[in-house]
Design a protein around this ligand. Structure first.
Ligand code: GLU
Length: 459
């Protein structure tokens, strides 16, 4: 069975880059009847892991990703790590190192003077003497002193690391007994039965060390997939300068989770020239082996384009529900569905939609000055007054179009003599969707009331 995991360190929010690797892990597990697990890497006890889980859960819920089973917290697994450190000591695969900080600094200075890579010289590897007084030892793994570490990365292909270049007998437990990062990741991934580790390629350099630990502990090595980073348009690593990094910020900005997931799945993976992927499509086509080798570029206009696509295509009920969070209750309006269907054609975000909806649902409190100066002229006001007289029944858009055309013809006018003035009258500004649809949404008595309001204020 395929078992994947998402293993964030607590930062208080879910980073979009994290959501992308979580999505990849989720898809691979779900598409293959496997399991997708969540582990919080909270060994740094200063950071609050509960908050991190709440933030992740909230973001996962919004996106519709679900993890299996209980959340694993590294902070609650220290006894397990200790046990495995002891096991390695007992098997002579790890040892106590009594080197003092001063000695280590001295060694480092010598190596630097010789322009060598600073590394521990394994001096306590075969130590049998009496340990120096007053030093709490660290525990170091016996890492291979020569040869190569090889593995096949599911994305990057064959990887080869020279042991002398990259390894020393690295620390697996500090002098206070706390285990180190690579050690806990390996113990956890192995005990959680992770078969496929999909993570950012900023962790690639940890992998040879982790492989040393898998081998020492006698655990099966999972398949690794190191996903290249997301960069901003300037080529530097994605940061707040390029756009929001907190997943929930996208929600607040009026993006739909379908759009964000679609955007993220395509950042670093493709299936032919396809751009639109529903969750079903992703589950059908996604394969982590097809993830791109090179970094991808964050392109906010693509996200906006996808968002506009999903705003146009999701069912009315779904959008109406999401719009409640933006303060618009379409179901409370007799023509709510029509209104939403009109607005969704041009909205890029749910905020755009809320702004446009409010300007139609509520009579304008103020009128855009420029639009007024241009369109609310004395003659336009007379035309509006006259137009109000023909509004007796509630009609549909075609009906309003018909009576409006008759009105224009009878009075020797063109649509432009009325339409913009009517838009300003009804919504406060001169941009709105098709005027006849707006008329249908409002109905004759509301249109008349808005016309009398502007006449009172401007005539
Ligand atoms: N906790 C690590 C991070 O947040 C991930 C470790 C891993 O996936 O192996 O970057």
């Amino acid at each position: 069975m395929i078992v994947t995991r998402f293993a964030p360190s607590p930062t208080g929010y879910l980073h979009v880059g994290g959501l992308r690797t979580a999505l990849y892990s989720y898809l691979y597990a779900r598409a293959n009847g496997g399991k997708f697990l969540l582990r919080i890497e909270d060994t740094d006890l200063k950071r609050n892991s509960e908050e991190a889980v709440i933030a992740i859960r909230e973001a996962f819920e919004w996106c519709g990703l679900a993890y299996d089973g209980e959340v694993a917290y590294q902070s609650k697994r220290f006894d397990i790590y200790k046990e495995y450190v002891q096991k390695l000591l007992a098997e002579d695969k790890a040892y106590k190192c009594y080197m003092s900080k001063e000695e280590l600094d001295e060694l480092r200075a010598e190596q630097e003077a010789r322009k060598e890579r600073p590394k521990y010289d394994n001096r306590y590897r075969n130590f049998t003497g009496t340990p120096p007084e007053g030093i709490e030892p660290v525990i170091r793994i016996k890492a291979p002193e020569s040869g190569e570490i090889r593995f096949k990365d599911g994305i990057k292909g064959d990887m080869k690391f020279n042991c002398t270049d990259i390894l020393d007998d690295f620390i697996i437990a500090r002098s206070d007994g706390t285990p180190t990062y690579n050690f806990v990741v390996v113990v956890d991934d192995a005990l959680m039965g992770i078969t496929h580790v999909i993570r950012g390629d900023d962790h690639l350099s940890n992998t040879p060390k982790q492989i040393v630990l898998y081998e020492a502990l006698g655990f099966k090595i999972p398949e690794f997939f190191h996903v290249a980073m997301i960069n901003g348009a300037d080529g530097s690593k994605l940061s707040k300068r390029h756009g929001a990094t907190d997943v929930m910020e996208y929600k607040r900005m009026g993006y739909l989770p379908e759009a964000l997931l679609n955007f993220l799945v395509r950042l670093g993976w493709s299936h032919g020239d396809d751009e639109i992927f529903s969750m079903d499509d992703m589950l059908r086509y996604f394969d982590p082996h097809d993830i791109n080798k090179s970094a991808s570029t964050y392109n906010p206009s693509k996200l906006e384009w996808l968002n506009a696509h999903y705003i146009k295509s999701l069912p009315y009920e779904r959008l109406a529900k999401d719009m409640l969070e933006f303060g618009v209750d379409f179901n409370a309006h007799p023509k709510g569905e029509l209104l939403l269907n009109i607005l969704r054609e041009r909205a890029k975000t749910l905020i755009d939609m809320a702004t446009a909806a409010n300007s139609i649902i509520n009579a304008p409190q103020t009128y855009d000055e420029k639009a007024c100066a241009k369109f609310i002229t004395p003659s336009a006001l007379e035309i509006l007054a006259k137009y109000a007289e023909i509004l007796t029944l509630n009609l549909d858009a075609a009906g309003y179009e018909k009576i409006t055309n008759e009105f224009l013809e009878l009075n020797g006018l063109k649509l432009k003599d009325l339409a913009q003035a009517l838009r300003v009258t009804l919504t406060g500004n001169s941009v709105s969707p098709s005027i006849f649809e707006v008329l249908e949404v409002l109905g004759s008595s509301e249109i008349k009331s808005r016309i009398s309001k502007i006449l009172k204020e401007k005539r």
